[in-house]
Design a protein around this ligand. Sequence first.
Ligand code: ZN
Length: 355
Amino acid sequence: MAYSSIRIGSIFGIPIRLHITFLIALPLFIWIFGVAFFPDSELMWLWGFLLTLGLFAGVTLHELAHSYVAKKNGVPIESIVLLPIGGVSQMENIPDDPNIEMRMALVGPLTSILVGVVFLLCALPLRLFFYSPEVELFFVIMGSINIFLGLFNLLPAFPMDGGRVLRTWLAKRYRYDIATKHAVSVGHAIAVVIFILGAFTLDIMLMLVAMFIYIGGSEEERQTNVYYAIRDLKVKDAMNTKVDCIEEEKRISDAIEELLRTKHIMYPVVNRDGYYLGVVTLDHISRVQKEERDALLVKDVMVYVEPLSAEMSAKDAIQKLSKSGFNRLPVVENGKVIGIVTLGDIIRTAQILNA
Ligand code: ZN
């Protein structure tokens, strides 16, 4: 998601990013707001623009409230991504304490409702002091939008905040993944009801919202299952201990023979005493010209990559794997290679343990 969004600033040290689709939706929003609420105004476009800006500010405040409570409780927030349909606070992981998750989830909608009420309360004195029906209407709409944003997010269905609130409440009785499953079922039921409602009233927007809720729930369940299964896993549980190393002094031509025999795509490289030096891949070897293969040695083409350790958590290993640019990494203990692990190994092990 970070790739398709633009950083527009940061508050409380949290980067705020605008999703590309937001920019595309911007003119559409300005038009819809203008035509829907200020069709007779000479300033239709200006009001449309101000309302769009207001909606954007409201969503930002909502997300900032989530992030602020998260940060205060030591839950790191990677960034806030603003989408046309709302915002997403990207957490690096799920907080372990359900009470913290509950507070984090609730504070967003409550902030929206509070902001909405303040706008509505401002509408009245504005009317008394300088009468302008358009200014008053602007405040009433801003108030209503923010209250709607708050209430809609309280729906007990993922990906809304209410889904999270429901899960944390269930998590006090059930294991986290079971709680997620139940919360997703409730969300799916709500999505089905909204869809039927939309179908009967021929409201395409309602039907789309229903689908959005349904898919969001399934996605949350999938992510939680993987996260939950991986949480307690260590590298040593997932690694493959049958690992063929290659000596640094070996000629490339000999390495190719070794490759034909064992058919791996990466070999840890060791010195004569068996100590880890780096890795050599099929790609490194195949890039050596045919006439040089007898002259060059493995150590001439190998690269050093930081290996994993057996006691490292699978979660950290996944991060290291994705940062390394390799699809597998050696596991090293006391300088010696004891295994090799891929992302697939980790996920398969998690699935087996969770079966
Ligand atoms: Zn929220």
